[in-house]
Design a protein around this ligand. Structure first.
Ligand code: ZN
Length: 109
């Protein structure tokens, strides 16, 4: 009586383990398939995001590239022949700093 009970519970344990393994395999399969399906749109989104970021960086470099001291020592942004000075301190400021607001406005447009 006692041995039969232990036998049946032993069989139950084996069935339980097999079921758990089967379930685990199903879950792993499902996770892999889901990952494969998700990888496509995420991959596309990643590529798109990279291109978009590069575009933003390039555009900023291009716009800021205009706000430099030109060959004549003037301002490449507004064409002023005189170097810009800080309104408060009177010290020289770089064109990119002097025209910071306009640069940001141009980039935002
Ligand atoms: Zn200027």
């Amino acid at each position: 009586m006692t041995s039969r009970r232990s036998n049946s519970s032993g069989l139950g344990a084996v069935v339980g383990v097999v079921l758990l393994i089967g379930l685990a395999i199903l879950i792993i399969k499902w996770a892999l398939i889901t990952a494969a399906i998700l990888a496509v749109p995420f991959g596309l989104w990643w590529v798109y995001d990279q291109v978009r970021q590069r575009t933003v960086v390039n555009r900023r470099a291009e716009v800021e590239g205009r706000a430099v001291v030109d060959a004549g020592g003037g301002c490449g942004w507004c064409g002023s022949r005189i170097a810009h000075r800080d309104l408060d301190t009177g010290g020289l400021v770089m064109p990119a700093d002097f025209h910071r607001d306009e640069i940001e406005a141009t980039l935002a447009a």
